[in-house]
Design a binder for this molecule. Structure first.
Ligand SMILES: COc1cc(/C=C/C(=O)SCCNC(=O)CCNC(=O)[C@H](O)C(C)(C)COP(=O)(O)OP(=O)(O)OC[C@H]2O[C@@H](n3cnc4c(N)ncnc43)[C@H](O)[C@@H]2OP(=O)(O)O)ccc1O
Ligand SMILES: O=C(O)CCC(=O)C(=O)O
Ligand SMILES: [Fe+2]
Length: 350
């Protein structure tokens, strides 16, 4: 099979994405996907003496549980949770609907893409293709958790019900997690203003990584930290997520755990906590044989929210490490460049 002559037209305008390339059965991916040797994922840098904690949330009231969440947010910036209250059936139905969506014929996906406002639904490939010199081997669908009216009008029918059911359960969990994390910063409760700044906009994202003939030379998602307050990630059982180890050089594999969700602190909570909580760099690799999916919820501030260190964390005279930034300026900066580790945080640093 030969490669399409106009790659961007094939990927973006015709909405084939990398799934379309993978389905062609090509022996090698286009050069645009090949990472330089220096940027490739190095298996030799995966360490097994560290792992991110798995926290059982069966008893939220237990002070040990709260303590484990604080410690994980401070030390690792990442943890997995089990017994989180989202029924297994809701999770399995959602995963199945992600596969169904990406398996739609390209012309149906093109129709969805062209008839959806980008503030509700966005189907795309790679990360920010106009800003990247090397593309990422990933297609994605952003579903913005907007008003019920917009959701009913625009979320694709093939995954609408399953996505909405998942989000309704996840919202309860997210509120509880944020309340616990705020307590660790001496904030008594999440009032309306804090809610706007922590969870004023939520995006359910479907990441789709089809099999890749040059899996070792491409990136699924390159090293980055999330711009969210927190991210709630559901991964399938294929594995592919790696988190920066505490030495800042090596990587830790995040093993799929049945029914678990991966929680990570994003840049917004690192900024609001004045570096107490850590937004840790991570990346996703792809494989030769299988399609992997992952489903993050980016729990974001509303675009007009102003983000900066919380007064409560500065109470004892700590110097603020970040200035006040409007969240929409922050994420526009994020999307204006390729994934680049923790670089986005510098935008807000004093
Ligand atoms: C993708 O891999 C990721 C993603 C992430 C984290 C993702 C997020 O958290 S997205 C947060 C942004 N919020 C939303 O997407 C909400 C829905 N969108 C909107 O309401 C609007 O798009 C807007 C955010 C208010 C911006 O509106 P407007 O000022 O009219 O500008 P646009 O034309 O929409 O966008 C301009 C330009 O910015 C880039 N961009 C903006 N939002 C996104 C997005 N959600 N996904 C991808 N790109 C976005 C994009 O370059 C736009 O240019 P176009 O080429 O699309 O014209 C974390 C880690 C990952 O690996
Ligand atoms: O696919 C994964 O496991 C992680 C994806 C990710 O980091 C992201 O979408 O921000
Ligand atoms: Fe991420």
């Amino acid at each position: 099979m030969s490669l399409p002559s106009n790659l961007i037209d094939f990927l973006v305008s015709q909405a084939h994405g990398v799934k379309g390339l993978s389905d062609l059965g090509v022996e090698a991916v286009p050069d645009q996907y090949i990472q330089s040797l220096e940027h490739r994922f190095d298996n030799g840098k995966v360490v097994s003496h560290e792992s991110i904690p798995v926290i059982d949330l069966a008893n939220w009231e237990d002070p040990d549980v709260t303590e484990s969440i604080f410690n994980a947010a401070i030390k690792w910036g990442f943890f997995q949770i089990v017994n989180h209250g989202i029924p297994l059936k809701v999770i399995e139905d959602l995963k199945a609907s992600v596969h169904r969506f990406f398996e739609l014929p390209a012309d149906e996906k093109k129709h969805i893409k062209e008839n959806s406002p980008s503030d509700v639904v966005r189907l795309a490939t790679s990360f920010s293709p106009h800003a990247e010199s090397v593309l990422e081997w990933k297609d994605y669908l952003h579903l913005v958790y907007a008003s019920e009216e917009k959701i009913q009008a625009y979320w694709p029918a093939i995954c609408k019900e399953q996505s909405l059911e998942y989000m309704k359960h996840a919202e309860v969990l997210i509120r509880r997690l944020l309340n616990v994390l705020l307590k660790g910063l001496n904030v008594k409760e999440m009032d309306n203003e804090r809610e706007h700044a922590l969870m004023g906009a939520m995006i359910l994202d479907f990441n789709y990584y089809p099999p890749c003939p040059n899996a070792e030379a491409v990136a699924g998602v390159g090293p980055h930290s999330d711009i969210s307050s927190i991210t709630v990630l559901l991964q399938d059982d294929n594995g592919g997520l790696y988190v920066r180890a505490s030495d800042g050089d090596n990587w830790i594999f995040v093993p799929p755990v049945d029914g678990a969700l991966v929680i990570n602190i994003g840049d917004v909570l690192q900024i609001m906590s004045n570096d107490r909580y850590k937004s840790i760099e991570h990346q996703a690799v792809v494989n030769r044989a299988k399609t992997r999916i992952s489903i993050p919820i980016f729990v974001n501030p509303a675009p007009d929210a102003i983000i900066g260190p919380l007064p409560e964390v500065l109470e004892e005279g700590a110097e603020p490490k970040y200035k006040q930034v409007v969240f929409s300026d922050y994420f526009k900066y994020f999307f204006s460049k390729p994934h680049d580790g923790k670089e986005t945080l510098e935008f807000a640093r004093i």
